[in-house]
Design a protein around this ligand. Structure first.
Ligand code: AMP
Ligand code: ZN
Ligand code: ZN
Length: 419
């Protein structure tokens, strides 16, 4: 009996000692350094991170990174929505060429929405060549923990590692996975790693750009960037890996009463289909009704409507057959709706609350996004003039030493930001 007790005690003591040892010493064991790093890019997207959030909320990690590396305001594409902008960053193309003309689109006799998994994963929507396809085609491995387009087979190719979008996956897990991919042996290690966070967009919509919730969301994503940097430092590759942090668009304050009612201007039944997206509405008129509807919308207040062929050139928003024959764009802070939709919206318990919105004119200051880059290939301590997000594709291609597909980016920007 005594013997058995001693044996049991001895075993427990050993287990305890082992546990204690792991607890105390394992975290300080240095991560295995990466000694054979090829040119590598980590592209991080912080959805809805408005350019002036940096000064306004002063996230310490992002600010430090911006000071060390290259920083610029990033000019989004029109419409300033999530999918069109992410895919312009990825392809270097304006939406009229890359096909993702809005978060909601009509083609193939069906409607694409960002919540429609089947269509989001269907390559037929995604035109042009995203950077991960260019890279994979030229023998570079790529990996994405979310990014619009990475779930679809485009030109028959997906990133080597990719994830089905699930907003519930903790941010920490995403960062750990990126670091884990870097830990793969050189022959399997991706050279382009992509990471996406839905904040501060989600909080921006909820509370508006000037709010405590956005302040908290920014703190949250800043901590994730810090964790990523810590992970790079532990592997001895911080400053070697090229970190590019971007956002897709900014955020404007939206008052619930700032509604523009399209049915005050024309009988909605004259349209075969209307794709409502608050800040931008696409109208597909019934046969023979286009000119009539356009005429009625000519003097619309707090918004602008154009026949497709009259959309201002600077939007680069005409060429795609997916762009509706009539497009309306709300003025900053306003949204387009119908009486019926408005009545439904009014039933929400939080109807009166100030909210945030984007999707407006891409020239607006409030729609400006961020570009922060630091790493071996980038200049140091440099603030460069605002540039369009279609310029990013060429920057990544240059770092990875791959030939870019034909695109809308200005090659001069590459020279401005890279060493
Ligand atoms: P929006 O503000 O409507 O332009 O879109 C932002 C929302 O898009 C975020 O709240 C995300 O949850 C969602 N989102 C981002 N990436 C994806 C994706 N790859 N698939 C589906 N939804 C996404
Ligand atoms: Zn977005
Ligand atoms: Zn949004």
């Amino acid at each position: 009996m005594v013997c058995r007790f001693l044996r049991f005690f001895g075993k427990s003591a050993f287990l305890f000692a082992a546990f204690f040892y792991l607890l105390v010493f394992l975290p300080v064991f240095p991560q295995k350094p990466i000694k054979d790093l090829e040119p590598t890019v980590i592209l991080v997207s912080l959805d809805g991170f408005r350019a002036d959030y940096l000064e306004k909320y002063k996230p310490p990690t992002l600010l430090e990174l911006a000071q060390k590396g290259v920083r610029a305001d990033l000019i989004p594409v029109f419409p300033t929505k999530t999918f069109p902008n992410h895919y312009s960053i990825a392809t270097g193309l304006y939406p009229e060429r890359h096909g993702i003309v809005e978060n909601n689109m009509y083609d193939f006799g069906t409607v694409f929405t960002i919540a429609n998994r089947e269509e989001v994963q269907n390559g037929r929507w995604w035109l042009g060549e995203p950077i991960w396809v260019t890279a994979e085609k030229q023998g570079r491995r790529t990996a994405a923990f979310f990014f619009p387009g990475t779930e679809a087979e485009i030109k028959g190719i997906r990133p080597k590692f990719w994830k089905e979008y699930d907003a519930r996956i903790p941010y920490e897990e995403r960062v750990k996975t990126i670091l884990g991919w870097l830990d793969l042996p050189r022959t399997e290690r991706p050279q382009l790693l992509i990471l996406y966070f839905d904040e501060p967009d989600t909080s921006g919509h909820e509370c508006g750009p000037e709010s405590e919730c956005v302040a908290n969301a920014i703190k949250r994503v800043d901590e994730q960037i810090k964790a990523l940097i810590e992970g790079l430092k532990a592997r001895n590759v911080f400053g070697k890996v090229n970190l590019i942090i971007v956002s897709d668009h900014g955020m404007a304050t939206l008052k619930p009463e700032n509604a523009v009612f399209l049915d005050e201007y024309f009988e909605l039944g004259l349209a075969e289909r209307i794709l409502w997206a608050n800040e931008i509405v696409q109208i597909f008129p019934r046969e023979g009704q286009k000119d009539f509807i356009a005429e009625k919308l000519k003097n619309i207040k707090n918004a602008e409507c154009w026949k497709k062929e009259d959309i201002p050139e600077r939007f680069h928003y005409r060429a795609s057959p997916r762009i509706a024959p009539i497009v309306c764009s709300a003025q900053e802070g306003w949204y387009l709706t119908s009486r019926l939709r408005y009545e439904e919206r009014k039933k929400r318990p939080d109807f009166g609350k100030i909210r945030g919105a984007h999707g407006y004119d891409n020239q607006l200051e409030s729609m400006r996004a961020i570009f922060i880059a630091y790493g071996r290939a980038f200049k140091e301590g440099k603030v460069v003039e605002a540039f369009p997000n279609v310029d990013i594709y060429n920057i990544i291609a240059e770092i990875l030493k791959i030939s870019p597909a034909e695109n809308d980016g200005n090659p001069e920007t590459v020279k401005k930001v890279l060493r």
